[in-house]
Ligand binder design. Structure first.
Ligand code: ATP
Ligand code: MG
Length: 426
């Protein structure tokens, strides 16, 4: 019978990869805590309306990419294509927005029915953060500082660059949209097919076109920056001023429009040249109208989402690795029950210790081979005669010259603790 395979574009994260994932997740969690964000965990499945209303009917995500379906009750549900809409749904539902200043982060799988390729999966993971109820430019800047710090902690500062733009307020965008349509309509026939379709539905997205003719036309298009109202303009100027003062490098990209409808004012992306076409590793912006669109009281908001797989690809390209090995490997020539007993005793006394037992048994030679492969620092050798007198042998697996030491089982935990401590320090 043919083996069943995973769904195309949905990947297993295997035991050899998970240490790097966990390492990255711990860094992100710590950084979010240091900016006073708390974690929020929400379902991966929502009423599809949570997304269609927020993200916008005319966006790629809703038009083409959602995993939406009817469940057995006939309810239209969707796997989440992104995090923000669900976080907003939860914040309204649980009354979290009554006091301004809610700061939450999330992480987990997102689902989009896109063409799988390098840097683009159908199940991918995001780490994201959202701030509600604060509309001061300093809020935007703090969020940008947090992501900047993340790159620094990960050693990726040189690999990514920040681009920002302002989308203005709703009215600015509506006015600009009309200007853009007026400008583009005479050029309609020269636009690529996708852009022609966007002309009616979502003309700002035409800036995203990779088509050279379309790009040439867009280069001469009226600029959103010139259509900003006074308040949005002042907000953006203040954000830029603070970034300058803080020494954060960025480029204002007037063509940066973001793919989701709910954005306004400040939007930003961190881009890398190291990953080919899929170069955006983190993206976000303000969404001051979203809470109201989702049925809550008008509440400003801002957030970002980072593509974990793309960050991992950058780390891997730099040769960053994480391994998980036991510290101790128990090799055994006695009753395996006695081995488990020694192991349990050690775990009681040293709960932090990583400990592997040679469950498969076999000759000493075979067991030592497995001990070496395990990556453990020490092998504990449980021999018949020594066990009789309450002793075991300890062998340093990384130093073949080192003598095997005999240690009393009663002193074992202390002996190991002192070695491992010393290694952790020096
Ligand atoms: P793209 O332009 O790459 O399609 P997007 O604008 O659709 O990105 P967002 O919705 O802003 O992306 O998601 C934020 C981040 O999540 C992206 O910058 C990227 O790092 C990651 N991401 C988005 N879609 C995918 C995917 N299909 N596979 C892997 N990562 C993704
Ligand atoms: Mg996309």
């Amino acid at each position: 019978m043919k083996n069943i395979q995973s769904i195309r574009g949905m990947h297993d994260i295997l035991p050899e990869q998970s240490p790097l994932w966990q390492w990255l997740e711990a860094r992100l969690r710590d950084c979010a805590s240091s900016y006073d964000f708390r974690e929020i965990r929400i379902p991966v499945l929502e009423n599809a309306e949570v997304f269609t209303r927020a993200i916008g009917q005319a966006t790629d995500v809703v038009e083409k990419e959602m995993y939406a379906f009817e469940d057995r009750n006939g309810d239209v549900l969707s796997l989440r294509p992104e995090g923000t809409a669900g976080v907003v749904r939860a914040a309204i539902q649980h009354g979290l927005l009554h006091t301004p200043g809610l700061k939450v982060w999330y992480q987990g799988p997102m689902f989009r029915h896109e063409r799988p390729q390098k840097g683009r999966q159908r199940q991918f993971h995001q780490f994201g953060a959202e701030v509600f109820g604060l509309d001061q430019p300093a809020t935007d800047v703090e969020l940008i500082l947090m992501v900047t710090r993340i790159w620094k902690m990960l050693g990726l500062s040189d690999r990514v660059r920040l681009e920002i733009n302002s989308l203005g307020d709703k009215e600015d965008r509506a006015r600009y949209r009309q200007q853009l349509v007026d400008y583009l309509t005479p050029h309609r026939e020269r636009l690529d097919e996708d852009s022609r379709r966007r002309l009616e539905r979502n003309p700002l997205r035409i800036f995203d076109s990779k088509n050279a003719d379309t790009q040439a036309i867009m280069a001469k298009a009226p600029r959103l920056a010139d259509a900003l109202g006074d308040e949005a303009r002042a907000h953006f100027d203040e954000v830029c001023r603070m970034l300058d003062a803080l020494g954060i490098e960025y480029r204002v990209n007037p063509g940066l429009v973001r793919g989701l409808d709910y954005y306004c004012r400040t939007v930003f992306e961190w881009i890398t040249d190291d990953l080919g076409a899929q170069g955006t590793v983190c993206a976000g912006g303000r969404y001051d109208d979203l809470v109201e669109m989702q049925g809550g009281k008008p509440t400003p908001g801002i957030g970002f989402a980072m593509g974990i797989e793309r960050v991992l690809a950058l780390l891997e390209a730099l040769g960053v690795q994480q391994h998980q090995s036991p510290q101790l490997y128990l090799v055994n020539q006695v009753d395996p029950g006695r081995m488990l007993e020694v192991a349990e005793r050690l775990r009681n006394e040293l709960p932090e210790l990583g400990l592997a037992c040679s469950l498969a048994g076999g000759s000493f030679k075979a067991q030592f081979k497995r001990a070496d492969r395990s990556g453990a620092r020490y092998a504990l050798v449980l021999g018949e005669a020594e066990m009789e007198v309450g002793q075991v042998q300890v062998k340093d697996l990384r130093d073949p010259q080192a003598e095997q030491a005999s240690v009393a089982i009663s002193d074992l935990a202390q002996w190991i603790a002192s070695r491992i401590d010393r290694e952790a320090i020096g």
